[in-house]
Design a protein around this ligand. Structure first.
Ligand SMILES: *Cc1c(COP(=O)(O)O)cnc(C)c1O
Length: 409
């Protein structure tokens, strides 16, 4: 995050020292830089300026209402994967004609909401879903604009748990079965195939899988002589979680996308999540206890895998940095762990870490995407607060969940 830096020994986001937030607020909590959110969105939009795509922010990466509002004001649409996300996107001021709905198991209830709100596209992922949409359209006396999500059988070369575009993955329809569907769906009078969509995975750091996908799509559209309004190229653009990784370079890809859109004469849709919101957030946590182990010392922090799930779920690495940095180092190996009663509730091993003590504070970095939105009440712990920073000011964008309410429900 460009807006994150040490001033002297103290960690700042934008123009605010995190120490100032800690004076009046109990850890753990999420903090986000508004400036960074705006910067990331505009940078993405600018990279693809010539193509003028519709940018549908993947709401599942961070569904905080205030963050959706910021993105809505910047002109973003939304990619939603549930009825709840759909209603939240609308509440954030995102117009229905900028919303696309993905997911393999949409319910009748969710589809009815999408149809009656007249969203831009329902991206169907199976023949059965398209049939259900057609039947619901008939009942509601509407012709429904759909996209079909294809599974192009392309390896995104990412962690297996976030790969979605291979034949073994449950997402989308194979090209072979899509062709069969086209022949058999002529009788479906209440749907109109306006788009094809693909989303091959997440945290993709090379443009090669995206290039392959463009080739598959342009060949198919030409072969089938499809007359589409949109091609939805999904999200998945990777960011650098470590200093060694490089974020994906989108400027080369943007030229290919531009040529592709001219050739097929369609408007392009993107569904970025992580690349917009990933590096904008920190999870601030207190060191509760330090315990000597046999091979390493355990730094037990007050944030757990229920607050931040990515390390447990995807073996993800997120660098942890001190809020007030000391110049002396600790020689022993340490491991940051959380309080949850699961062995996977751990956040990384370090050597030569700057000196830290019990009651000091640390920040887990790059937690803006799939952080808060993946959090849960596991171990009956309340959902934690979310705070938005703008220059030298901060405000709550979600209050900590009330513990009494939680135990009574
Ligand atoms: C999760 C998801 C995205 C967003 O992926 P990122 O890697 O966060 O950009 C986009 N489209 C669909 C269909 C998704 O399921």
């Amino acid at each position: 995050m460009q807006n994150l830096r040490y001033v002297g020994k103290n960690l700042f986001i934008e123009k605010l020292s995190i120490k100032n937030i800690l004076k009046t607020n109990k850890t753990p909590f999420y903090i986000y830089s508004e400036n960074q959110i705006t910067f990331n969105y505009l940078k993405f939009a600018n990279t693809f300026k010539k193509t003028n795509p519709l940018i549908c922010f993947a709401a599942k990466s961070n569904s905080n209402l205030n963050i959706l509002r910021i993105l809505s004001r910047l002109g973003a649409g939304a990619d939603v994967v549930s009825g709840g996300e759909l209603l939240k996107a609308l509440k954030a001021g995102i117009k229905p004609n900028k919303i696309v709905f993905s997911g393999v198991g949409k319910t009748e209830e969710e589809l009815k909401i999408a149809i009656s709100k007249r969203i831009l596209l329902i991206n169907c992922e199976s023949e059965s879903e398209a049939k259900l949409v057609n039947n619901l359209g008939k009942k509601l006396k509407k012709k429904v604009s759909i996209g079909f999500r294809l599974n192009p059988n392309i390896d995104a070369k990412t962690h297996k748990n976030i790969s979605t575009g291979k034949a073994d993955n449950k997402f989308g329809l194979s090209i072979k079965n899509f062709k069969i569907f086209l022949k058999t769906s002529k009788s479906f009078k209440n749907i109109k195939l306006d788009a094809l969509s693909v989303h091959i995975g997440s945290q993709i750091l090379s443009d090669a899988p995206f290039r392959k996908t463009l080739n598959v799509m342009s060949k198919l559209i030409k072969e089938l002589k499809l007359n589409l309004k949109y091609v939805d190229l999904g999200g998945g653009f990777g960011i650098n979680y470590t200093d060694k990784e490089k974020p994906i370079n989108l400027s080369k890809y943007s030229k290919l996308v531009h040529n592709f859109s001219k050739k097929i004469n369609c408007r392009i849709i993107f569904e970025p999540g992580r690349s917009i919101i990933g590096n904008t957030g920190l999870l601030v946590s207190k060191i509760q206890f330090i315990k000597k182990g046999t091979n390493k010392n355990f730094i037990i922090i007050d944030a757990g895998m229920n607050d931040f799930m990515r390390p447990a779920l995807y073996e993800a690495f997120h660098k942890i940095i001190p809020i007030a940095k000391k110049s002396s180092k600790m020689r022993d190996k340490i491991e940051f762990v959380g309080p949850i009663c699961e062995s996977t509730c751990k956040f990384g091993v370090y050597k030569n870490y700057p000196k830290i003590n019990e009651n000091d504070f640390v920040a887990i970095t790059n937690v803006g995407a799939y952080g808060s939105s993946l959090s849960s009440n596991y171990n009956t712990r309340p959902l934690i607060a979310e705070i938005l920073i703008n220059k030298n000011k901060f405000r709550y964008i979600r209050k900590k969940q009330n513990l009494l309410k939680l135990i009574n429900s």
